[in-house]
Design a protein around this ligand. Structure first.
Ligand code: PLP
Length: 435
């Protein structure tokens, strides 16, 4: 039961207060973990990349959601980052969950979450998974085509169905409507078929694309959903829920939420239940990753007389930086440790060095690579850092919580399991998780 005052305490405080706390906590955890690792003597894997996650950030995002989208009950999209502590915190905070597979449903059910808090939000489902959902009592699920309706009729006729409709997702980072969603033209036919099969359609769902940037996409989707609600009602269905999907980005959330809230109030009366499926919004900024420099190649350009370096890290595009390929991200490298010196958060403006204001280091040019054999395993084709780094040094990257570790592979035999150190910059989250 989080009240507005909690939110005010957490967010309305001078923003740098909470932010600084978070930075300091993350910095202290990063430093503690790396300071005693000696690449000359450490055991296998001791220098592996690792995450630091601030659960306070997840908590704050939840408060912010509740303030800005009062009507919308979030169902966290597990696919985005199925981290067990994130799921635990959100379960404690009372959110629902959007699951896309049997494994995700199982993970959430095993935490003791009631199946009524889960939506199986995948319009094209595996048959055995539908049977599993039926056994577990996970009734809410989406569909967007006739074949899926026949499948559900056969396997789970008592399911509570959401017709997922197409959206204009052209302004989003990851387009989903290329693959899923019924066109408005086809909605009537699908609803008629559902009626004929005596299936229970309870709502409409949409997703404006992950990393959405145009608030108008939400407005149009809500209007379209209203149209389908009316069609369904004319056929005798009594729809009670609208699912507005995910797509929210922390930086633009307030503006998106304002447009969405107005659209909901304009088109859906208060008795209609509204749910959402945010993923990235909750976790993107909460996770920082630290990676070790495992090798370095010196590149001299005799004509220009310059020296730059290729740095090879122990994590890359086939690992937690899968977000570069799958999620169109550009992670920014920052120096954590160079030689014996810790640089976390000390070199942001003009390359000021640790504790020595005004001292400028010589910027050095790098390209940054992952550990596998593949040439596409490149984290940054070109960047400038304040120090000349060497093997054994550490870099960190912020905003690594969304669509990162969940899509990591074990290509070349590297691990896809990386330690996560949990901290919390909010007492509310600390209490719930015992941090
Ligand atoms: N819901 C569905 C059906 C999705 O496919 C996705 C992402 O692919 C999400 C929710 C989460 O989206 P986001 O992380 O952009 O909020």
């Amino acid at each position: 039961n989080l009240e507005q005052s909690d939110y005010s305490l957490a967010i309305k405080n001078p923003s740098n207060h909470v932010y600084q706390d978070s930075k300091q906590l993350i910095g202290a955890a990063l430093q503690k973990r790396v300071e005693n690792i000696d690449p000359e003597t450490c055991g296998v894997g001791e220098e592996d990349a690792f995450f630091v996650a601030d659960m306070g950030e997840v908590y704050r995002q939840h408060l912010r959601w509740k303030m800005n989208l009062k009507r919308v009950k979030p169902h966290y999209a597990v696919k985005c980052n199925p981290d067990p502590q994130v799921l635990r915190l959100l379960a404690e905070l009372g959110t629902g969950f959007d699951c896309a597979s049997k494994a995700e449903i199982e993970q959430v059910i095993k935490m003791g979450v009631d199946p009524s808090r889960i939506i199986y939000a995948q319009p094209c489902k595996t048959k055995s998974y539908v049977r599993y959902a039926a056994q577990q009592g996970v009734k809410q699920m989406t569909f967007d085509n006739a074949d899926e309706l026949y499948k559900i009729k056969q396997l789970f006729p008592g399911a509570e169905l959401f017709l997922r409709i197409l959206t204009d997702d052209s302004a989003s980072l990851c387009r989903l409507s290329l693959k899923f969603g019924a066109s408005l033209d086809s909605a009537q036919g699908l609803l008629e078929l559902a009626k004929k099969l005596e299936l229970n359609v309870v709502g409409v769902a949409f997703h404006v694309g992950s990393g959405a940037s145009d608030p108008k996409a939400f407005l149009k989707a809500v209007q379209d959903a209203r149209f389908v609600f009316d069609q369904a009602e004319a056929l005798g269905f009594q729809l009670h829920t609208l699912d507005v999907g995910g797509g929210f980005v922390s930086e633009t959330f307030d503006a998106m939420a304002a447009v969405l809230s107005d659209a909901l109030d304009a088109h859906f009366p208060p008795h209609i239940r509204i749910i959402g499926e945010p993923g990235r919004y909750y976790v993107a900024n909460a996770f920082t990753i630290a990676c070790n420099v495992i090798a370095r190649r010196t590149v001299r350009d005799p004509e220009l007389g310059t020296t730059s370096y290729m740095l090879y890290l122990n994590d890359g595009v086939y690992g937690n930086f899968s977000s570069i390929m799958f999620d169109h991200q550009h992670p920014v490298p920052r120096i954590l440790k160079a030689g014996d010196r810790i640089f976390y958060d000390k070199h942001e403006d003009g390359y000021e060095l640790d504790g020595e204001p005004g001292t400028k280091a010589l910027p050095t040019e790098y390209s940054i690579w992952g550990p596998t054999c593949d040439g596409i395993d490149c984290i940054s084709a070109r960047c400038t850092l304040a120090e000349t780094l060497d093997v054994g040094d550490w870099l960190y990257f912020e905003e690594m919580g969304a669509y990162t570790k969940c899509s990591a592979t074990r290509f070349n035999g590297f691990t896809d399991k990386h330690e996560t150190i949990y901290v919390s910059s909010e007492s509310g989250a600390s209490a719930l998780l015992g941090l």
